[in-house]
Design a protein around this ligand. Structure first.
Ligand SMILES: Cc1cc2nc3c(=O)[nH]c(=O)nc-3n(C[C@H](O)[C@H](O)[C@H](O)COP(=O)(O)O)c2cc1C
Length: 391
């Protein structure tokens, strides 16, 4: 999930460093905004190091000319956590004051139900009728609050106002209801395969695995146990996804065959090679005069194998990347391979598909129903696909 963490200038700001670390460990992509006063308590560096993202501190430091930070950050975020939230920032939110980045972006949040405010302050400040009235106002508008704990406060007083535990914050923000696929097991394949001809050359394709990785991450985010069979290994894969690394189509076949039996969902988003060389040279093939002819044989059809060997409760989803007659090929593939769904995408379009951040697909089920998803990010497409196949 994309989490925007806003840290304001309270003594508990240092605890948000741990919070950012915990969120990252759970597989969330975390971006941090510090108020000017938060910088009196903590610096950008630990947040930047832990989240691997730059830290935002000023409305006017527009480093990316394609972005307007306070608007784009709110659109990017699935959840916004304000922790710690000072009495000051709560009051500014309640009044619509927008005099820094944190408060400006709060006015740009379209659905405030994704905002979680974690007040932390002295008990008297917390109980101050003005603060309580501002909290009530924000609650009425749909903002969420994580109640502060009771206990010994930094100022030496004992009472309500203590920064809550990370478990309590995360438990509230990522409520159980969103883990709708907890208990489910999923196998996803992603990325290209490589069929080696000699130690230095191979037959492959330009797939980057982004679509399959987005699907694996979406399943993981929703609580499923996920195995990702892939040749791609990078930081975008949720750390809790189990990766089985493969190189060739045959490796992928073995990995799928050995792991798909107890999975509820099998999504084959990899771009596998249909052919592999009959002869693999153990030394580099030398250049000669004239042409080179090589014989290739068919690889194992992994999707067909899974379709033929699945049980009635398993959902198998294939991908059809085609350059022409997309829907017709996709329909044929569903029947031939005994699939439940096929996700068809047109790889002849330059701005979508292979390597790009966006995609545009049709999800077709075995009853021939078609859902068209217009061009959007692969993360959004992944969400739609998981919604459709798990409903
Ligand atoms: C040492 C110290 C600790 C503070 N701790 C808190 C606190 O825990 N909660 C709070 O609401 N304000 C606290 N404040 C007051 C805020 O820093 C102050 O209201 C500031 O204007 C908040 O700015 P911001 O909301 O823009 O980050 C503290 C101030 C100091 C000097």
């Amino acid at each position: 999930m994309n989490v925007l963490l806003i840290v304001s200038g309270g003594i508990a700001a240092y605890k948000s460093i741990d919070l950012s670390s915990s969120l990252v460990k759970k597989g969330h992509d975390v971006k941090v905004v510090l108020t000017e006063n938060a910088k009196k308590f903590v610096t950008e560096l630990p947040f930047q190091t832990l989240t691997k993202n730059r830290v935002y501190t000023s409305t006017f430091e527009e480093l990316d000319e394609k972005e307007i930070q306070h608007i784009d950050l709110t659109k990017w975020a699935d959840k916004i956590i304000v922790a710690p939230a000072t009495a000051n920032i709560i009051s500014k939110f309640a009044c619509g004051i927008a005099d820094d980045l944190a408060t400006s972006l709060m006015l740009a949040v379209q659905d405030v139900r994704k905002v979680y405010i974690v007040p932390a302050m002295n008990t008297v400040m917390y109980n101050n009728p003005v603060i309580q009235e501002n909290i009530s106002r924000l609650l009425k508008l749909g903002f969420n609050f994580v109640e502060p704990d009771n206990g010994l406060l930094a100022c030496g007083d004992v009472g309500k106002g203590k920064f809550p535990t990370i478990e309590k914050i995360e438990g509230t923000v990522f409520a159980e209801s969103e883990l709708d696929l907890k208990g489910k097991k999923v196998l996803v394949t992603a990325g290209p395969t490589k069929e080696f001809i000699d130690p230095f050359r191979c037959l492959t394709n330009p797939s980057t695995g982004k679509m399959g990785i987005a699907i694996a991450n979406e399943f993981k985010k929703r609580g499923a146990e996920v195995i990702l069979v892939t040749s791609v290994k990078n930081d975008s894969i949720n750390r809790d996804v189990k990766i089985i690394e493969i190189i060739s189509t045959n490796d992928m076949f073995e990995a799928v065959r050995n792991n798909f039996k107890d999975c509820d969902y099998i999504v084959k988003a990899a771009a596998v090679s249909d052919y592999t060389p009959v002869q693999v040279y153990d030394k580099k093939v030398k250049k000669q005069d004239g042409n080179l002819t090589m014989e290739f044989e068919r690889t194992q059809d992994i999707l067909k194998y899974v379709g033929e060997n699945k049980n009635e409760n398993q959902i198998v989803v294939g991908f059809a990347a085609e350059t022409n007659d997309l829907i017709a090929y996709a329909r044929e593939k569903i029947v031939k391979k005994n699939l439940d769904y096929i996700v068809a995408n047109d790889i002849s379009k330059k701005d979508i598909g292979f390597g790009s951040e966006d995609n545009e697909v049709c999800i077709i089920d075995k009853f021939n129903n078609i859902i068209k998803i217009d061009k959007t990010s692969k993360a959004n497409i992944a969400k739609e696909i998981v919604d459709v196949i798990s409903k």
